[in-house]
Ligand binder design. Sequence first.
Ligand code: SF4
Ligand code: SF4
Length: 419
Amino acid sequence: MSKFTNRGVFLPLIKEPAASRPIEDITPPAQVVVPMLAGDGSNNQPVIKAYETVLHGDVFGQPVQAGGCPIYSPVTGVFNSVRNILHPLLGTVSCAVLDCLVSKGENRKEKSVEKLTAEEILELSFRMGIVDELDGILLASKLAAGRKLRNVILVADASEQEPYCSAAWSVLNESAEKVWRGLELAARTVRAKKYHIAVKLEKGNLKNLKGRISDNGLYQVKGKYPARVYSKKGGGTVCRIGVQACLALYLAAATDQPPCDCIITVAGDAVANPCNVRVPLGTTVEDILRFCGLSQEPAYIILGDAMTGITIQSTDIPIISGITCLLALKNLPRPPVHTCIGCGRCVRACHANLLPYEIMRRLDNMQYERLATLLPDECDGCGACSHVCPCSLEVTSKVLEAQDAHGNIFMKWGDGDDL
Ligand code: SF4
Ligand code: SF4
């Protein structure tokens, strides 16, 4: 867990007009491309043969090895083929291509969730393969880990402190009551001492939301990015989950509906109609950008927000749980102008109290044996150091790279005994 010092950066907010618009449902694409990798990382294989039809929400993939999560079909469609895709978040992954058939949405009746036990909720979240959009981790794994902690403060984090994102806000605006009920279920599972939804909203929006959920259910986040999403008073272990995961948990419990779609903010100065859009999982970036329209050919496209997202080269990439923002921008980022000038801005920006420039220097100089003392593992990838760097260096990437540098053969060179 990060230390959350007073450091950090002030970021511009570029959330409009998407944030003020209701969620739009994407026109059903001709095809969706479904990675055969379930939320727990288990490989799946289709349960139907080529050219057979699967219904929206039915089991489409079963884990190859027993004990894994299944995959549910995000659309009603015909199983066309299997192909390998190089996905920026998954690596090379086998995907099933489904030709979409137009089908009427089903309104499932809600049943009471009051009597569900913690064990039943945990089992349900695993069986439904719900993935937390905050970090792409299986919700059941996070809840199971939370059950082992004491004095948990559970936070549904809708603070969206990055410049463009407004997907969490749009979900709250549309379904605040259901998100709250999902959070209650998660809190029951981890025996949370306290729980709340963290938001960063204008007064008017905050007031509207307050009327829809429990009085003490909201925490207004203040300060520099990345700011705390909980009050320091009271103590406890803070666990964060996403509002889309809360909604999916409630819908799974109340209506037996598996998560089949996700809400994504589509924005950037090359997008003609910036909005939050509901897309079936497996919809490609190309189809989403076509739906929102482009005002001009983007110079680059980012999967994720400006602070933590990654630039992608191909738009033939399916959306998976954990992606909540897609940016298309006109101008290329400034190229690095020179090497580090030692200005120290990255240090002042780092909320985890690290020395990003020094971690980067030691990594570049292959001084792996001395990296561990600089605690690169404490970095949460917030992107603040790269944001403030006057030389446009990719400081965050270097610090994250340094986390994996332990155990390298070069570590032995620094020990200097046997070699
Ligand atoms: S990304 Fe940079 S600023 Fe953020 S925690 Fe890591 S080193 Fe610190
Ligand atoms: S902000 Fe950039 S130039 Fe300044 S010390 Fe950090 S890495 Fe070096």
